[in-house]
Design a protein around this ligand. Structure first.
Ligand SMILES: O=C1C[C@@H](O)[C@H](O)[C@@H](O)C1=O
Ligand SMILES: [Co+2]
Length: 305
């Protein structure tokens, strides 16, 4: 058992947010990447504001960083498999050029993630029919096959406000897809908010987890957002999410389980907050401090043997 197979990254979402490009718009690529270095992370994911591959490669090589992967919104139900696959080829070609490892996929048909809708009401969340489940599972398998041809692994991201959100929906997607083509992106924040079952989801699907997002949740803010029936955007702007160690999720058992199960890959800190309120570098350093003192230090001797 060792934690040495794990690489640590931090996502641009604390600096600039693709769901709300207007916030943090003044934060440049150079600023973000240099902050990533200062906070001693090894890599980052691609944000919507990132430049063409040759320019990005120059910037990351100068700082000896790695590009981990990038989010892809699939619309398999709305647009069909062929149209989605064509866009996904372009997505993967870019990721291959920047030497990334992971293509993150999330089905966004019917998603209320970016809409003016209560994201917490389970009775209002989008639900797929049996026929639609077939389309999504088969489509994600096809995308997984495409990712493979570019040397990438596909990691499916369950997400609040989407058709794959709850523990049961994650299970159905995992059971309906090919383990050789499709893995699970385990995002602690989304898994916690979906139904609190973040440890059982980890235990059930540990063999399928091929990418991890460490996102913490401020319980008091979450409770207010739930009570007020806020949208996803309103909730993260209020500070529902934060970096690991700053909220209510217990990352020690999460990390220990990942190491014990032999997880190899990236853990990316991903905390969307308003950068005007939560200084991105300050929070990146906070995350680093927590990882070093609570996760890595404690795991030495327990798992690194
Ligand atoms: O991985 C993610 C990417 C974002 O675009 C998304 O909204 C966020 O919540 C997330 O977990
Ligand atoms: Co995530």
């Amino acid at each position: 058992m060792t934690s040495k197979q794990i690489k640590w990254g931090i996502a641009p979402i604390g600096w600039r947010n693709d769901d709300m490009p207007e916030i943090g718009a003044g934060n440049t690529l150079a600023h973000l990447l240099s902050d990533v270095v200062v906070a001693k992370f090894e890599g980052t994911e691609v944000g919507g504001f990132f430049p063409e591959a040759s320019i990005l490669n120059k910037e990351i090589e100068l700082r000896q960083l790695r590009i981990v992967g990038q989010w892809f919104s699939s619309y398999l139900i709305r647009d069909g498999v062929s149209a989605t696959a064509a866009l996904f080829h372009e997505h993967c070609a870019y990721l291959q050029e920047v030497n990334a490892e992971v293509a993150v996929v999330s089905e966004q048909t019917y998603s209320v993630q970016n809409e003016e809708r209560n994201v917490f009401a389970l009775n209002l969340k989008p639900i797929l029919t049996d026929e639609e489940w077939e389309i999504v599972c088969q489509g994600v398998d096809i995308l997984g096959g495409i990712a493979k041809t570019y040397g990438l692994k596909l990691a499916y991201h369950s997400h609040m406000g989407t058709v794959v959100q709850t523990k049961e929906e994650v299970k159905r997607l995992m059971e309906g897809t090919d383990p050789n083509l499709v893995g699970l992106l385990y995002d602690t924040g989304h898994t916690f908010i979906a139904d609190g079952e973040y440890l059982s989801v980890l235990d059930t699907h540990c063999q399928r987890i091929n990418h991890v997002h460490f996102k913490d949740v401020r319980k008091d803010v979450l409770t207010t957002c739930e009570q007020k029936g806020l949208t996803f955007r309103q909730s993260f702007l209020r500070g529902m999410f934060t970096v690991p160690g700053d909220g209510c999720i217990d990352f020690e058992p999460v990390f220990l389980r990942l190491v014990e199960k032999g997880y190899q890959g990236w853990i990316v800190v991903e905390a969307e907050q308003d950068p005007e309120i939560a200084h991105p570098l300050e929070y990146a350093l906070k995350a680093r401090q927590y990882i070093d003192s609570k996760l890595l230090k404690k795991s030495i001797g327990t798992v690194d043997s």
